[in-house]
Write a protein that binds this ligand. Structure first.
Ligand code: ADE
Length: 232
């Protein structure tokens, strides 16, 4: 069973995320194990402080190496497979579908969520995590980024999605670097807008051709960068 361990100062952020929809059923059906760890449990002073002021001055607080490293060591030791350690950080490698696929081929991911001004650099030197950013913007901490990573990885795990095929044709899935086509469902007409006739006529060859054309058009106009180097 695939296992995520999440190390965070704010485990409650994950409550709703883990208790709804696909993740909830994957966990209930024991296709996925998610273990949250409150890093504050590894604080080593009487005030449960995990952070301290930066040497050299400056704003914000830095997560303490002597708390974080023992915490990661302890979590790693909770399973025979010591797992792949990922640190969510705006300084990390940009996350994309290809990286999600790589992570899905692991069996255990340990996600280290930062807060404040980040971690003491010795955490990185000692633990050598793979640093991952979900994009060029700054969040309050790594928790939301960890949820993005978890959701995109778990969709790729065999059996987690109800319909075995439903991720195979996703935009960006392996070898597929195009956007999805438009979709419609009932009613056929709403406020004067009518579903394209071709989708209603049951001619599957024509529908497939129309959808391919739609995919190319949409990709060309919205994400032309995805078509670089592709024959059109
Ligand atoms: N922590 C703060 N901002 C982040 C980002 N963009 N990606 C990953 N972790 C973060």
């Amino acid at each position: 069973m695939f296992r995520f361990d999440v190390l965070t100062l704010f485990p409650a952020i994950f409550d709703g995320f883990l208790s709804e929809s696909i993740l909830k059923s994957a966990i209930a059906l024991e296709k996925l194990h998610v273990q949250l760890h409150d890093m504050r449990g590894w604080a080593n002073d009487k005030h449960s402080r995990m952070d301290d002021r930066p040497f050299g001055g400056g704003p914000g607080m830095v997560l303490k190496v002597d708390c974080v490293v023992p915490c990661v060591d302890a979590v790693r030791a909770m399973d025979a497979n010591s797992g792949k350690l990922i640190m969510l950080s705006p300084q990390g490698r940009k996350f994309d579908q290809k990286l999600a696929e790589q992570f899905a081929s692991e069996e255990r991911l340990i996600l280290l969520c930062g807060r404040y001004e980040g971690f003491d650099e010795r955490v990185v030197e000692l633990l050598e995590p793979e640093e991952v950013s979900i994009g060029d913007y700054v969040l309050n901490g790594g928790e939301v980024a960890a949820m993005v990573l978890m959701e995109s990885v778990m969709r790729l795990l065999p059996e987690v999605l109800g319909d075995g095929d439903s991720n195979r044709f996703d935009s960006f899935s392996s070898g597929n670097r195009l956007l999805d086509c438009v979709q419609y469902t009932r009613p056929r007409e709403f406020r004067g807008l009518i579903v394209p006739e071709i989708l209603l006529n049951g001619n599957h060859a024509e529908i497939t051709r129309w959808r391919m054309e739609n995919i190319l058009q949409r990709t060309k106009s919205r994400r032309p960068d995805l078509l670089d180097g592709v024959d059109q």
